[in-house]
Design a protein around this ligand. Structure first.
Ligand code: OOB
Length: 546
């Protein structure tokens, strides 16, 4: 059998087991245990409905029986492309029950991203809503069924077309015989539990293999670090497919602690505040770009957030000033979260002094997380010096899925993952994120791989060369600026032309540049690479008032 990715060496795995980090339980076993130990407690609230742990378990059994009836089984990969709803959570656990592996797509993803996910994972099924935010997912799914040979099933949340290959989620529940005792899929805790999409720095985003052992520990350790217990009510406001929302502590960590998860269809304060008030939400997670809306709404209607104890903020750098204002303005504890789908999660602790909560991005959640900070030659920097963050640990991957060449570049020979983030470390162990060396734009927490977009820009007939560069932005933290060398014979394309071009090529809308600047040529570094720093500096000089 060809290995899809490198795992942990046996000695490390043994140490993680001995320390109790890896508990040896699959997500399906967890769910069965919760349903047995706390059947009547509220597990999930979504779309105005409520399920206890026992009811959730029953729903999951029904769905799992239907999935088996469809021919899905252990080890199969299934692309999950649902917006925030109860069915996301139920289907996620139903896939765990049959030993299949969800592959997370983000709601904003379009044909280009979905095709890539299906191809790399070899997915056999694809789960979609009918429509969401005015986008027609059925047409996309039909296209995938035709073009992707591995894909044989589309499962639809809503009305499914009466065509070959489509099944409605609702029908799935009646398909199998849920009364026969659920079969054990034979899955073990070291098997793959989920494939997450990396933020990416390359032309083709990479898939991150997470095992039951490591992902469950991720959820437990983050739950402990934010004091989650059975009184915790977590609001899932960011997309459920985001690692932050699913497992930091998110849905899975809240379940581990015995709490209740409330699902919000979107993260706007108009949607979230009434849910927080009605269901007594105690903790939620946001990206910095969403904060201004929440702060404004909170000034108008401060009673809504009375019960909120912890506000996690992460995914992109939170400015120290904003953190302080937030801390003062809202009567709750801010928890900064610096995490990555690849593994390592750092958080400020609830009892940290204000200067650490507001001035750092936290410290690792596990005592077994190993951190190195290195210079450009890979040597450790002096204490408190700045450098690239390397990490290794019980829930950080040892290699991407089916990406041997990329793995050779992203990991040291002894298994440290090179994050591409520039950090420094305080004596307390807290990290401050100071920048990034990876070729990526972090637009309000959404990651854009510059090379992926540049490749699509070059396919435009009027563009001869392109560089996508991150520039500071008031609203998003960073915005994407496309510097374009255009064909002198034709008019340079506008921002809207470029957005349409990328949309036609099937790219998610958030990857379209915020600004397009025609230039005569792109400056090069001595090594012949595009000098993005020079481009950014030139642009800042040319636009700043004298
Ligand atoms: C989270 O995960 P990803 O995989 O979308 O992005 C990871 C990257 C990090 O390498 C870093 O560049 C950036 O996002 N990042 C931050 C940050 N949190 C993430 N940069 C500065 N400050 C922060 N607080 O973004 C993610 C996953 C789990 C929990 C939280 C965030």
């Amino acid at each position: 059998m060809i290995r899809t990715h490198p795992g942990w060496p046996e000695a490390a795995a043994e140490a993680y087991r001995r320390a109790g980090h890896w508990a040896g339980l699959t997500f399906d076993t967890y769910l069965r245990n919760w349903a047995r130990d706390r059947p009547g407690r509220a597990a999930l609230i979504a779309d105005g409905r409520r399920w206890t742990y026992e009811e959730l378990d029953t729903e999951v059994s029904d769905l799992a029986a239907g999935l088996r009836e469809l021919g899905l089984s252990r080890g199969d990969r299934i692309v999950l492309h649902l917006p925030n709803c109860a069915e996301f959570v139920m289907l996620w656990f139903a896939l765990q029950r049959i030993g299949a592996v969800p592959v997370h797509a983000m709601p904003a993803h379009r044909s280009e991203e979905v095709r890539h996910l299906i191809r790399v994972s070899g997915a056999v099924a694809y789960v979609v809503p009918v429509r969401h935010q005015r986008f027609d997912y059925l047409t996309l799914a039909a296209e995938m069924l035709v073009s992707e040979p591995t894909l044989t099933r589309v499962i639809v949340h809503g009305e499914a077309p009466a065509e070959q290959g489509f099944t409605a989620l609702r029908e799935l529940k009646g398909l199998g015989d849920a009364d026969t005792p659920p079969r054990d899929s034979g899955t073990t805790a070291s098997d793959l539990a989920v494939l997450l999409l990396s933020g990416g720095t390359t032309g083709t985003p990479k898939l991150i293999p997470r095992t039951h052992d490591d992902y469950a520990y991720n959820a437990r350790a983050t739950a402990a670090a934010c004091g989650a217990d059975e009184d915790t009510v977590y609001l899932a406001a960011l997309p459920l497919g985001f690692n932050f929302t699913l497992a930091c502590p998110g849905v899975l960590g809240t379940f581990m602690a015995g709490g209740t998860v409330v699902v919000a269809p979107d993260p706007s304060p108009q949607t979230a505040f009434p849910l927080i008030e009605r269901h007594g939400v105690t903790i939620t997670a946001l990206t910095p770009a969403l904060l201004p809306h929440w702060q404004e709404e909170n000034r108008n209607a401060p009673q809504a957030l009375r019960g909120l104890r912890v506000l996690q903020v992460g995914g992109a750098r939170l400015a120290d000033e904003t953190a302080r204002a937030l801390h003062r303005e809202m009567k709750l504890t801010v928890q900064q979260v610096f995490g990555m789908a690849e593994g390592l999660i750092c958080v400020t602790r609830l009892d940290d002094p204000e200067e650490l909560i507001c001035g750092t991005q936290g410290r690792p959640v596990s005592p077994a997380d190993e951190i190195r900070i290195v210079d450009t030659r890979g040597n450790d920097v002096s204490e408190s010096g700045e450098g690239e963050l390397l990490t290794r640990g019980p829930y950080t991957l040892r290699g991407y899925y089916r990406a041997p060449e990329h793995n050779a570049r992203s990991f040291t020979s002894d298994g440290f993952y090179a994050t591409g983030d520039i950090v420094r470390r305080l004596p307390s162990g807290h990290l401050v994120v100071a920048g990034r060396i990876k070729d990526q734009i972090n637009r309000g927490g959404e990651k854009i791989a510059a090379t992926e977009v540049e490749e699509h820009l070059l396919a435009h007939p009027a563009i001869n060369a392109a560089a996508l560069v991150a520039m500071p932005d008031e609203r998003w933290g960073e915005r994407a600026v496309a510097f374009l060398v255009c064909d002198p014979a034709s008019a340079p394309p506008s921002r809207r032309d470029i957005a349409a071009h990328l949309r036609n090529r099937g790219l998610a809308a958030y990857k379209a540049p915020d600004q397009v600047l025609p230039v005569a040529s792109l400056p090069l570094t001595p090594l012949g690479k595009v000098d993005k720093q020079a481009l950014a500096e030139q642009h800042i000089r040319s636009t700043s008032p004298r």
